[in-house]
Design a binder for this molecule. Structure first.
Ligand code: G6Q
Length: 563
């Protein structure tokens, strides 16, 4: 039985490239092809559809593809001019056209140090200067040379930031936990819910705590409110404003606002408008990562990303990992009607990766107008979701196996065990391999009957027949296996850069500007309008009936609780 989405898929209009029509016809031809048969017919399939870059292996053989599919998808990349756009990005052209900005997170990890020109200026000297300044600062804090106002060493670092100024460093600090300084604890405050900041500060000692206020704009309401609260909390004990300099540093592009907050500009780590928030963990926004694991490890992470950049820049499209991953995503998104993409790490250290990629991908390609502001009639970025795979197996995998939706999945695995618990690791690996196999193969009615023993005697009752159906799996569910030799700063850098470039390539194929985020800006404006109305004396009536009523209910509660 065809999947629901396949039956009603094709609602998406055609992509604006000629080969799209050919791909549509090819997809119809592929409708009855089962991956099980493709594997049976070609013993070399896994080898042919696998690619190794350094310590990262991509096995994409469990996809609904043939050589012809890949040939057509490569043609799609060519017609969309992926190579040309790639050159424009690396060349510092202002491909973020709605904000008139270059897109140069690749310059932040340009370990080869070749000049990167923006507005006639090589940005590498200032990139390197900030890395050096971060390194010197991190070194002092980590060694205990940097002391708090009472003369004690710093034991806790609190990053106050949100979105791109939170998710990246938080994910990377967690991923690199085995490399962490044993006497340094990292905390992340993002939520404006007072419960978050209260709980985070509860067990901390102001005298041994360092705050990083991380905000590209230094105007984001959530971050600034939490930062002001933290400053008040700190001063309640430290008393003197002069002590702030030992305990508050800023990461921002806005020197004026940092100074106005009371942070010494000498304690400000700079980055630039050509670094998008969700691509900023390579910049000074990565300061918490450096404090946790040290400058050397941080630079190893940059070097890993640089290695993936070099691969993306140089490898031919059909041997190019980000290009292949992107095209497979487009194949399901635009030709099979798949609405989402699951990210399933089988590595506890990567448990925040799905949330990180959710922002990276959905903020970049969740757009409905093309680069020229014209509405699109084809599907663009998918819904990105996921969680650690092993927990997911006991929760949402049921839908992946037997639901009515097509959900392409990326399984991310570290081959070497992260601990000495070898048996745990063997079980983990056995599970991920079993899942990718089961999703691909499924289980036929016959196999199910044999397993249940219900074929014995030659016939089955209609009751038994119906029951068998519950245990049948269609299979043919696509997945990629991304295998890391082991999770290190270097492979983490490669992995993140792999996804960044995948997102870039998909943006090119969907003809989007992947680097603006007007939806986020709207949220920043709207709440500011409602905020004063929450403590207005008179009933609020300037919105729609629902919003008015919700505001007024809150006003009543607020009046009651604040007297
Ligand atoms: C990322 C987005 C957004 C941003 C946050 C925080 O690409 O622009 O998630 O990172 O809104 O912004 P600030 O760093 O300016 O506080």
């Amino acid at each position: 039985m065809p999947l629901y989405v396949e039956k009603f898929g094709g609602e998406s209009g055609a992509l604006p490239w000629p080969v799209s029509r050919v791909l549509q016809t090819h997809r119809t031809q592929m409708a009855s092809t089962h991956m099980r048969d493709l594997f049976a017919a070609d013993p070399a399939r896994a080898e042919r559809f696998s690619l190794q870059v350094g310590d990262v292996l991509l096995d994409y053989s469990k996809n609904r593809i043939t050589d012809e599919t890949m040939r057509l998808l490569m043609q799609l990349a060519e017609e969309a001019d992926v190579t040309g756009w790639r050159g424009r990005m690396f060349g510092g052209e202002k491909i973020n056209n709605t904000e008139n900005r270059a897109v140069l997170h690749v310059a932040l990890r340009n370990r080869g140090n070749h000049p990167v020109i923006v507005d006639g200026e090589d940005v590498m000297p200032k990139v390197n200067a900030v890395i050096e300044k971060m390194g010197a600062f991190a070194g002092q804090v980590r060694s205990g040379e940097w002391r708090g106002y009472s003369g004690e060493r710093i034991t806790d670092v609190v990053n106050i930031g949100i979105g791109g100024s939170d998710l990246g460093p938080q994910m990377a600090v967690q991923a690199l936990a085995p490399y962490r300084h044993p006497q340094m604890k990292l905390h992340f405050i993002s939520n404006i819910d007072g419960a978050h900041v209260k709980a985070a500060l509860e067990s901390l000692n102001p005298a041994t705590t360092l705050f990083i206020v991380a905000s590209k704009t230094f105007t984001t309401q959530e971050t600034m409110t939490n930062a002001h609260y933290a400053r008040t909390w700190f001063l309640a004990q430290a008393q003197e404003d002069g002590h702030i300099a030992r305990h508050f540093v800023a990461v921002s592009t806005n020197r004026e606002a940092v100074t106005a907050f009371g942070i010494d500009p000498a304690n400000m780590f700079e980055f630039w408008d050509w670094v998008g928030g969700r691509y900023s963990l390579w910049s000074a926004i990565g300061l918490p990562i450096m404090l946790a694991v040290g400058a050397e490890r941080f630079i190893e992470m940059l070097a890993g990303a640089h290695a993936m950049d070099a691969h993306f820049r140089e490898a031919p499209p059909d041997q190019n990992m980000p290009v292949i991953l992107a095209l497979l995503g487009v194949w399901y998104n635009n030709f099979f009607g798949a609405q989402s993409q699951a990210i399933l790490p089988y590595d506890h250290a990567l448990r925040s990766l799905p949330a990180y990629l959710q922002q990276a991908d959905m903020e970049s390609n969740g757009k409905s107008v093309d680069r020229d502001g014209k509405g699109v009639d084809y599907a663009t970025g998918p819904i990105i979701w996921g969680a650690t795979g092993i927990n997911g197996q006991h929760a949402f995998y049921q839908l992946l196996h037997q639901g009515t939706r097509l959900v392409p999945a990326d399984f991310i695995v570290s081959l070497e065990p992260p601990t000495e618990l070898q048996e745990h690791h063997d079980i983990l690996i056995a599970n991920v391999l079993a899942q990718t196999e089961a999703l691909m193969r499924g289980r036929t009615r016959e196999e199910t009957q044999l397993e249940m023993g219900s074929l014995e005697g030659g016939s089955e009752s209609s009751q038994a027949g119906a029951f068998v159906q519950h245990k049948v799996f269609d299979g043919n569910h696509p997945s990629n296996a991304i295998l890391l030799q082991t999770l290190t700063p270097h492979t983490l850098g490669m992995l993140i850069a792999l996804y960044e470039h995948k997102i870039f390539v998909q943006g090119v194929i969907w003809n989007l500007n992947s680097y603006d985020q007007w939806g986020v800006e709207l949220g920043k404006q709207l709440a500011r309008r409602i905020l004063p109305e929450l403590h207005a004396d008179a009933m609020v009536s300037s919105h729609d009936a629902s919003t008015n009523s919700l505001i007024n209910q809150y006003r009543c509660i607020r009046q009651r609780t604040t007297g």
